[in-house]
Design a protein around this ligand. Structure first.
Ligand code: MLC
Ligand code: AMP
Length: 463
């Protein structure tokens, strides 16, 4: 199977396909030619990392890895030393693709113009197109194995749901190290064969200037857009605005519809399952709802008593999903993978939801307070707490997500100890990555604990 069918068609016929990544443009044939030169230096099944900045080089590396069958590990360009060290070790990546590596990462850098090849000694080949790292409740991020078949099923389902065609011009400015910007926003465009404009940053002005037919954004992006009336009105010529990765507030849904003349389409997914539920472009767009299961995907709710809940539009349960978009679990963690799945293949999402008799889904929240969604990024409280504990002045700390008008949730650290707040924020940035920095540090005398000594995060969240 080849994922990039749209790109290959355009390259074969020479038909026009604009690929513009932060103002660097390429045609289909040029992109393919450059990627194939790089692919010659990669080996099927041997993982390689990419410093995933919003550049054409990153897109060339993505195409090269997919063409070579080398599992690609996208790492945030601004990742801190601890986080990237963990991802490189855990994934077994043998090289870094792109013009620059990192000074602390001792791997060959394979660039288009460099002669290096991936070392292949002593490695058991992996069958995955991507290994995407995602945060859990505790511990460092885990690598999700995403095979070609899951990516294809997800993108083909979205193509059907959104009426996504080669005539579209996709615009977004999302990071290229997560599913939203990378799988949907790059591989999606190259599979469908539509033009792609990556705006570098997802600002209202850049979205307005790009004149797309199809736009992707996380809720923070849409919220900032509706606050800029002139930019929002410039999207009136767009066919479809898609929101995902976090809950879109109903007020933003409505304002976006008023200003652009197009009610947004919402979809729901996870790194582990890819996108499983979406509103259809030709169907009802209901505020606060993420739509219907994609073709071939099944969903169900489980109550606290362990019983399956029949869809009734009001009973909340834990959402479980099954189908062809699901990934192959966590790399090197069979016990964690098994704990997230039923024996017959349902993935336990950790999200609470309601399903209507008409099949419409509403995501109500997450079951764990230790998972924070900030600006559409999933961040585990535990990894930030561990980074903060590295500061010599910290006695103890607890991290929670507090409601935030702009980011959905903002990361707040409650800290006992003698620390300068900016130093702690900088420490997290240097260890993990920029978006994992607490926006606020609150110094406290003690953390609230229950009789068993467990920190009461609900109390902190409500304080
Ligand atoms: C941030 N800043 C800080 C700070 N935190 N400075 C000091 N201390 C802190 N604690 C800085 C930022 O770096 C930025 O600096 C400036 O403050 C303004 O920040 P901001 O504008 O509020 O946020 P920003 O960092 O720009 O990010 C907003 C955003 C971003 C929406 C652009 O959150 C984003 O790209 N989100 C997308 C996440 C995503 O793609 N998720 C998909 C996951 S996949 P400066 O100097 O840089 O301006 C998934 C599956 C699915 O979920 O369903 O899709
Ligand atoms: P990630 O691990 O970054 O892939 O994030 C997946 C999580 O994002 C899901 O488990 C949900 O909690 C959340 N999410 C994704 N899309 C939506 C949406 N449309 N509405 C609400 N939450 C969402």
């Amino acid at each position: 199977m080849d994922l990039l069918t749209g790109l290959l068609d355009h390259a074969a016929t020479g038909s026009a396909l604009d690929i513009v990544i932060a103002a660097e443009a390429s045609s289909a044939s040029e992109l393919l030619e450059r990627a194939d030169r790089l692919a010659e230096r990669l080996t099927q099944g041997v993982p390689v990392a990419v410093r995933a900045s919003a550049t054409l080089d990153t897109v060339i590396a993505v195409v090269a890895a997919l063409r070579a069958g080398a599992p690609l590990v996208p790492i945030a360009d601004d990742s801190g030393v601890g986080e990237r060290g963990h991802i490189i070790r855990d994934s077994g990546a043998r090289a870094v693709l792109g013009e620059h590596g990192w000074p602390d990462v001792d791997l060959p850098v394979i660039a288009e113009r460099s002669g290096a090849v991936t070392p292949v000694d002593g490695i058991a080949p992996l069958d995955a197109s991507l290994i995407v790292y995602t945060s859990g409740t505790t511990g460092p991020p885990k690598g999700v194995l995403l095979p070609e078949s899951s990516i294809a099923a997800c993108l083909d389902g979205l193509r059907d749901a959104w009426g996504w065609t080669p005539d579209d011009r996709l615009v977004h400015g999302l990071p290229l190290f997560h599913v939203h910007g990378l799988v949907l926003g790059v591989i999606g465009a190259l599979r469908v064969g539509c033009s792609l404009v990556h705006t570098g940053r997802p600002t209202p002005e850049a979205y307005a200037a790009a004149q797309g037919s199809l736009y992707f954004g996380v809720p923070t992006v849409w919220l900032r857009l509706v606050a800029d009336t002139a930019s929002a009105e410039a999207l009136r010529s767009a066919r479809l605005l898609v929101s995902g990765s976090a809950p879109l507030p109903v007020a933003v849904f409505e304002r976006l519809g008023e200003l652009t003349g197009t009610a947004p389409v919402e979809r729901y997914g996870m790194t582990e399952t890819l996108i499983t539920v979406s509103t259809r472009a030709d169907g009802e767009r209901r505020p606060g709802h993420v739509g219907l299961a994609l073709p071939g995907v099944e969903t169900r709710l489980r109550g606290d008593d362990g019983e399956i809940i029949a869809p009734d539009g009001e009973t909340i349960g834990s959402l479980e999903v099954r189908g062809p978009t699901l990934g192959d679990g966590y790399l090197g963690r069979p016990e964690v993978t098994a704990a997230c799945m039923t024996a017959d293949g349902w993935f336990l999402t950790g999200d609470s939801a309601v399903i209507g008799v008409d099949g419409f889904h509403r995501i109500v929240g997450r079951t764990s307070l230790d998972v924070i969604k900030t600006g559409g990024f999933k961040v585990g409280a535990g990894e930030i707490e561990a980074a903060i504990a590295g500061h010599p002045g910290v006695v103890e700390a607890a991290v929670v997500g507090l409601p935030d008008d702009d980011l959905g949730e903002r990361i707040v650290a409650f800290v006992v100890g003698d620390v300068v707040e900016d130093d702690l924020i900088a420490l997290v940035g240097a260890t993990l990555s920029s978006h994992k920095r607490p926006r606020e540090i609150r110094r406290v005398e003690a953390l609230p604990r229950n009789a068993l000594g467990k920190v009461q995060k609900a109390q902190l969240r409500d304080s």
